[in-house]
Design a protein around this ligand. Structure first.
Ligand code: UDP
Ligand code: MG
Length: 326
């Protein structure tokens, strides 16, 4: 039988904070669902004693499951491994550094009882983070919103409670470069925010240096938008217009006899070739973008509910548990 709740937390170099994290999460679980829960911890190739601490906790507590990945895959893949392994009816995704308060579980569960399919934590403010981190995060989320067609909520991380149904859809997405919060937004269904203040880290320091953040940002933009490819088309059109004006100008100079011999024809050729190249590149981009989107093999849509007596098979492929192997 499924436990009522699974808590999934990816861990990378979290040895200091892990025991306290487990204690607080356990407490929050017991007050909300009694004993019907599991805590799934994933060790994402930590370089400190995280695995020792984690496996000790799992040996002593029957409700804790510890998964050791073969190396550091990064937060999103580690989380995916946990999401594939967990069995609960509801799933709480949480960071292991206590920046997301486990006490919020009760309110999240209540919102889900009222019919939400996904309850996501939305940050009101961030404590203990550098100005650069909060600014880059703020700029990134706003830029992302402009670039992608789905509604990815602002200032939201992966801290959220999901229903089994929503998780099954997420698990059915086989793509390699994963931006989980975007993929969850893509699912749709009833998603409601819960505002909270993000705490400072309990112990250790951030494992998201600028390079990892940049990679996440690229995964987010390229995973949900072919805008960068489309830019070539826009550039081509803009250059085409500018070329027309320039060609007019060089013809005029030639007619008035003020142009050096050969200049007009050379300018015309150069401009025409240049702008045509951009246009053709843009066309390539359009097809490439579509091919890229197609290769993701996402389900085409998610059915929320069906009324009446229609037999509709929801378009969901079976979960593909292959990320842990690949
Ligand atoms: N994490 C992970 N693998 C990584 C980096 C981070 O599993 O390569 C985990 C980390 O242990 C934490 C969560 O992902 O539970 C968020 O990471 P972090 O707190 O370093 O990011 P920040 O909160 O600073 O954005
Ligand atoms: Mg953190």
């Amino acid at each position: 039988m499924r436990p009522r709740l699974s808590v999934v937390a990816p861990c990378f170099n979290e040895e200091e904070g892990l025991p306290e994290f487990c204690r607080l999460v356990e407490e929050a679980c017991i007050t909300t669902v009694g004993t019907s829960f599991e805590i799934v911890l994933i060790n994402d190739g930590s370089r400190d004693g995280t695995w020792n601490v984690m496996s000790n906790i799992a040996a002593n507590k029957s409700r804790v499951v510890a998964i050791n990945l073969s190396r550091n895959y990064g937060h999103q893949i580690a989380l995916t491994a946990g999401l594939h392994a967990c069995r609960g009816e509801r799933i709480l995704i949480i960071d292991a550094d206590l920046q997301d308060p486990p006490e919020l579980l009760e309110q999240m569960m209540a919102l889900m009882d009222e019919g939400a399919e996904i309850v996501y934590g939305q940050r009101r403010k961030r404590e203990g983070e550098t100005l650069i981190k909060s600014w880059t995060a703020a700029i990134f989320y706003r830029l992302l919103r402009k670039l992608v067609d789905i509604d990815i909520p602002l200032d939201t991380g992966d801290f959220r409670l999901m229903s089994r149904r929503a998780l099954d859809v997420l698990n059915s997405m086989p793509e390699q470069s994963r931006f989980i919060r975007g993929m969850v937004s893509w699912i749709g269904l009833k998603q409601v925010p819960l505002l909270y203040d993000r705490q400072a880290r309990f112990a250790g320091s951030t494992n998201y240096p600028f390079s990892k953040m940049l990679r996440l940002a690229f995964d987010a933009i390229t995973g949900f938008s072919i805008m960068p490819l489309r830019l070539a088309s826009y550039l081509g059109v803009a250059m085409g217009c500018a070329s027309m004006a320039m060609i007019g100008y060089s013809l005029l100079s030639w007619a008035m006899g003020s142009a050096v011999a050969g200049w007009t024809s050379m300018m015309t050729m150069m401009l025409l070739i240049g702008s045509t190249q951009f246009l053709v590149l843009g066309m390539f981009g359009e097809y490439l973008g579509r091919m890229y989107m197609e290769t993701k093999r996402r389900p085409l849509y998610v059915v929320d509910s069906v009324a009446g007596n229609i037999a509709v098979a929801p378009a969901m492929s079976a979960p593909q548990h292959r990320l842990m192997a690949s």
